[in-house]
Design a protein around this ligand. Structure first.
Ligand code: A2P
Length: 299
């Protein structure tokens, strides 16, 4: 079994999270989901990031059970989708997630988007955390204002905010806010999600050449040097290997600045202040359902 060194970051409550995880968004085919997670575990990933929206929690659980790793060796995140709100519903949905995974606890549970009702949902997460069914709780796609609103109504602050971040969308202000409040900045679509050309950017290409690394490794190394957790997705074992092999080189201050200068404030995903998106997202529970509604012209 290959073994790459991956540092842990310490969350506000002392629980450690591996700085590189394997993201499984858009791995929709069940066989491919099991295969990809099995490959990732074999390569050395010990952190898997799923969500009920991805419709592959069962496959993630199957791959983990089929491995010879102990449950405690693996850090698993899942997320609560926007169609589930209300204290009791959230608790029931969490049970479903645990059953899908075949676990008796989860490492990290996130509110997937700041859709209406997130404060009541957070109360349920706080109680599940107090009951030790979740080792850490957090949010995803929350802006500074949404985090402040949550904090004003919470007993426990989120330990993580997982947000879109890549060199063309760097989120500097949010990044500093998270750092100041001891909230881990986790990055989704750290490579631009295959939806922009960041991996072909000439500045990244030049730095990659200097270090004899791939553009993806340069981008992921930039994230980790900024102190972020990254969850790159790939269905290809050779890329999975690249994406976790980041800790035997260092970008210089000048290289970090060159990448910082690439920011275009250009998202590849949804905007968490887009009320139409947030409202519509409560009408479906998985990506497959979303695509179907879109095809039927119902969104
Ligand atoms: P694939 O799954 O075919 O490898 P992100 O993690 O930002 O969401 O990006 C995922 C996208 O980037 C996917 O399209 C994935 O394609 C591709 N990708 C993942 N790792 C690499 C890599 N090391 N080099 C090039 N493309 C990659």
């Amino acid at each position: 079994m290959a073994n790459y060194h991956v540092p842990n970051l310490r969350m506000a409550n002392g629980v450690e999270i591996p700085q590189v995880g394997f993201g499984v968004f858009q791995i929709n085919n069940p066989k491919q989901a099991v295969q990809s997670v099995s490959d990732a575990l074999e390569i050395g990933y010990r952190h898997i990031d799923t969500a009920s929206f991805y419709n592959n929690e069962k496959e993630v659980g199957q791959a983990i059970q089929a491995s010879d790793l102990d449950r405690s060796d693996i850090f698993v995140t899942s997320k609560l989708w926007n169609n589930v709100r209300g204290y009791d519903n959230v608790k029931r949905q969490f049970e479903t997630t645990l059953n899908n995974l075949g676990f008796d606890y989860l490492d990290l549970y996130l509110i997937h988007w700041p859709a209406a009702g997130y404060i009541e949902a957070w109360k349920a997460l706080e109680d599940l955390y107090e009951q030790k069914l979740i080792r850490a709780i957090g949010v995803s796609n929350f802006t500074i204002d949404q985090l402040k609103d949550l904090a004003n109504n919470a007993n426990i602050l989120p330990m993580v905010d997982q947000v879109e971040t890549h060199p063309y969308f760097q989120q500097d202000q949010l990044h500093d806010f998270l750092e100041d409040h001891n909230i881990i900045h986790e990055s989704w679509s750290p490579l631009g999600g295959g939806k922009n050309n960041v991996l072909k950017d000439p500045v990244i290409a030049k730095i990659a050449q200097n270090h004899q690394k791939s553009p993806a490794q340069i981008v992921l190394r930039w994230h980790t040097q900024r102190g972020e957790v990254v969850i790159p997705k790939s269905v290809h074992p050779d890329r999975m290997k690249q994406n976790i092999d980041l800790f035997d080189f260092t970008l210089s201050d000048a290289e970090m600045k060159q990448i910082a200068a690439l920011d275009r404030n250009q998202r590849v995903g949804a905007d968490p202040t887009d009320q139409v998106f947030l409202e519509q997202s409560t009408k479906y529970g998985t990506q497959v359902q979303r695509i179907k509604l879109e095809q039927e012209g119902k969104l």
